[in-house]
Write a protein that binds this ligand. Structure first.
Ligand SMILES: *[C@@H]1O[C@H](CO)[C@@H](O)[C@H](O)[C@H]1NC(C)=O
Ligand SMILES: *[C@@H]1O[C@H](CO)[C@@H](O)[C@H](O)[C@H]1NC(C)=O
Ligand SMILES: *[C@@H]1O[C@H](CO)[C@@H](O)[C@H](O)[C@H]1NC(C)=O
Length: 197
């Protein structure tokens, strides 16, 4: 009995440590289920998957480009350009930051480490690190200076490949525009995070 109590307490403690306040949850979904179709975009839905909030449209000619548009007004919220789909990653982005009420520029780089692959972003003097462990299909995004977890995403389990790949994105902080997280999901998915491309 004592052991069981201790165990329960322990589990409770771990749960408490893990729980961070989630500000927003999004579901980021590929806009196709066809695997052979190399060029696909994404839809960004609310946590109930009832409403589509944004879309990401992708194209690849002289360079790779993506635009994030809001689904209601068809306004461009952010854009991404450079190379990430096939070649080494060299990307810049520009985001209409509604908090600062101006366009903010930034870039994304990739660093390969022994046990993880890191994507580093920088914009407006803020540096983030998105770290995907080789073993867990979860990506954690940290504020580099404060070493604080500010968002994470993971692929939702798919029971059949006739359903599109989806990511659950949880955001714990308001310090950077959400568009940065959407672009990280996009790039890491295009680089094979889901394990099917
Ligand atoms: C999915 O996204 C791609 C790239 O943006 C686009 O070419 C395609 O038309 C989209 N498909 C659907 C069904 O929206
Ligand atoms: C990255 O792209 C920019 C142009 O967008 C180019 O000037 C620069 O040389 C590229 N860097 C690398 C390492 O390829
Ligand atoms: C930026 O977004 C705001 C709404 O959040 C919009 O009113 C404004 O027109 C946008 N700016 C540009 C240059 O698109």
């Amino acid at each position: 009995m004592k052991i069981i109590c201790c165990l329960l307490l322990f589990i409770l403690l771990i749960k408490c440590i893990e729980t961070k306040k989630v500000h927003r949850t999004y579901v980021v979904e590929r806009n196709t289920t066809a695997r052979e179709k190399s060029m696909y975009g994404f839809r960004i839905l609310d946590s109930n998957e009832k409403t589509c909030l944004y879309q990401i449209r992708v194209s690849s000619k002289d360079m790779d480009t993506a635009i994030l548009v809001d689904d209601i007004g068809k306004n461009i919220v952010a854009n991404l350009k450079g190379t990430w789909i096939k070649n080494s990653i060299n990307v810049t982005f520009s985001i209409n930051d509604s908090h600062l009420n101006k366009w903010t520029d930034g870039f994304i780089q990739r660093n390969d480490n022994w046990l993880s692959i890191d994507y580093a972003t920088q914009s407006n003097n803020q540096q983030l690190i998105a770290r995907s462990s080789t073993f867990l299909k979860k990506v954690k995004i940290y504020d580099k200076k404060k070493n604080e977890l500010i968002a994470q995403f993971r692929q939702r389990t798919r029971w059949t490949s006739s359903k599109p790949v989806k990511y659950i994105l949880k955001i714990y902080s308001n310090q950077v525009p959400d568009a940065i997280y959407f672009f990280l999901v996009l790039i890491m998915d295009h680089r094979g995070l889901a394990g099917d491309n």
